[in-house]
Design a protein around this ligand. Structure first.
Ligand code: C5P
Length: 226
């Protein structure tokens, strides 16, 4: 299985002036934990890290320090996540039939989750890892509630997300042509009216976005390592 890791963002919401994936989490940069989980997965055989050139040197040092056995490719990121993934898709070998896409910032995803996701692509063309939402969600406009969607139908999207490579390339091309701006790849599939299945994600698979997330991630990792 091919894995693309979007890692070309910044640390804006983290209040950091550098890529949050370079921040320390229990003695290793955040990105190192993501890479170690991918390395330990039984199904992933190829890893593409999508990053900004300013981070190359540090990314390469991380990869060297981990002694990874799987081939690692460095791919130029774009100005949005969507553009970064587009670049990643162009960098896949021409015979790649399926791909998993996993945000570098979700550094607590387990190897088992990666393998469950790889398996899902044996029976569908598109899926996302997701978990049922725990909170009641409100749709708000201008400071007031517009509606309360039925919670039993709401799932929080995570990554990995996985797709047939030719179909996802087609959806990205269509998205660029029509100016669609999306925050995940499933949304492009949806816009193209292709089915996206759900794979049970992990409650601990949080996306490290703010300083509080970093503290929670540290707590979870400490529990795992004991
Ligand atoms: O900012 P956010 O955490 O939502 O980004 C999700 C993932 O997309 C992160 O792993 C980030 O590094 C990546 N990203 C990217 N290229 C961008 C912006 C974000 O690869 N231009």
């Amino acid at each position: 299985m091919y894995l693309l890791i979007p890692a070309a963002g910044s640390g804006r919401r983290m209040g950091s002036d550098r890529n949050k994936l370079l921040l320390d989490l229990l003695g290793k940069p955040l990105l190192a934990w993501t890479l170690l989980a991918a390395e330990a997965s039984q199904t992933i055989e190829w890893i593409g890290i999508i990053g900004q050139s300013i981070d190359w040197e540090e990314f390469k040092a991380i990869v060297r320090s981990l002694n990874l056995t799987k081939p690692i490719h460095f791919i130029q990121g774009g100005s949005t996540r969507q553009e970064s993934v587009f670049n990643g898709l162009q960098a896949l070998p021409s015979d790649a039939a399926h791909v998993l896409i996993h945000d570098g910032a979700r550094c607590l995803a387990t190897p088992t989750l990666f393998d469950r996701c790889s398996q899902a692509l044996e029976s569908c063309d598109g899926f996302i890892a997701a978990i049922p939402v725990k909170d009641t969600i409100k749709v708000v406009d201008n400071g007031a509630i517009v509606s309360t969607p039925d919670r039993s139908q709401l799932w929080a999207a995570q990554t990995p997300q996985g797709f047939s490579v030719p179909l996802l390339k087609k959806c990205h091309a269509e998205g660029r042509q029509n100016g669609w701006e999306v925050t995940d790849d499933a949304a492009l599939f949806e816009q193209c009216e292709l089915e996206v299945r759900i794979v049970e994600g992990e409650e601990t698979n949080l996306k490290v976005t703010t300083p509080v997330d970093l503290a929670i991630a540290e707590f979870i990792l400490r529990q795992r390592l004991h």
